[in-house]
Design a protein around this ligand. Sequence first.
Ligand code: FAD
Ligand code: DHB
Length: 390
Amino acid sequence: MKTQIAIIGGGPAGLLLSQLLHQSGIDSIVLERKSKDYVLGRIRAGVLEAGSVSVLKEAGVGDRLMAEGQPHEGVELSWHNERLRIDLEALTGQVVTVYGQTEVTRDLYDAAEKRGSRIIEEAEVVRIEGVETDAPIVVYKQNGAEHRVEARFVVGCDGFHGPSREAIPQDAQRSFERTYPFGWLGILSETPPATHELIYATHERGFALCSMRSDKISRYYIQVPETEKAANWTPDQFWEELKRRIPEDVANGLVTEGKVLEMSVAPLRSFVSEPMRHGSLFLAGDAAHIVPPTGAKGLNLAIGDVHYLHQALDLAFNHSKNDGIDSYSDTALDRVWKAERFSWSMTSMMHDFPQLGGFEKRMQKAEFDYLMHSESARRALAENYIGLPF
Ligand code: FAD
Ligand code: DHB
């Protein structure tokens, strides 16, 4: 098979890139290891930055997002019973939108099917050949047989564990990583959300987050040790622990009777691999970087990378200009590092780090108190939360 752009991975980054390229008249093939149903069943992110919403609208997949997504003008932080509302709209003039990653992915799949584009399911990429040439080849396995896709460029949108990053020679790549000694145990339940806005809660028993997908579906998380398994928790144990960590009046109003749709543990990690291009191979999304989820940046960063890469490829294919593809890595990394900083600082301020002494714990509280008393501090947080401009 032949195409202009071979895209590895049919998660949000790969599907969105293929949609945007189609709008620019550039042909692509998406190779996805799993089935469509599997990809749509993965419960992940829930908050879209204002810029992400604009990109999705420009990509022609904004109709359901505008109809069903919930605009949130503010977000809360809490420290035991102390509560602090960050008025995103007043501080930045912008809002975030609650709309699940599963819905974004579904809209992108629907659009791809409508335009009849090539998304090959259950196609596991096993290697990429010739990344340092102008004619790279992606080799994938399907039903035990090997197939080849010849392209002008390859884009690795294959997440943290995918093969693309590994195709860059070790001496041409540098990675930076921080792991955290805890994960998030999440629950998705058919219960009305505890409050209208999200609450990021700090407590000496550990962090908790109250989020939602709609008026009927809630999403909550609690910090757990990194080795914890979801199977060790019953929903009742989860609700009890959540109630201990969130403000008392919110806990008292928490509805817990309802079907539990999913429970799982996600690890927390900060990771960046530089550069995001090597020869004819580009990386985008989780393939190049991971943020801890505090701050809701993972999916949004993937959308940002794809936005830059689409502009760059459009310039190259439709205007014969290579400046965009040559600067893609630097442009994307500049924004990625700022989001890494924000996600790391929110994670550091709000979690219980088992090894921290009294001094660091006082620093965490001082940061919260500073936010309480300084509008400038709140504005800086709000500016990052709604998303830095592209
Ligand atoms: P992915 O969504 O990971 O997509 C990569 C795709 O590549 C996958 O479909 C995979 O099957 C495919 N693939 C991998 N290897 C191959 C191969 N060899 N051949 C073909 N295809 C391949 N972010 C938030 O902001 N908030 C959250 O609450 C949140 N929760 C998360 C929970 C979990 C368990 C995980 C893993 C991530 C979470 N994230 C969250 C991060 C967010 O979901 C990601 O940043 C986002 O999915 C990135 O999109 P992507 O398309 O780059 O990668
Ligand atoms: C959700 C996840 C996050 O990591 C976050 O910061 C906010 C919301 C969610 O799944 O709803």
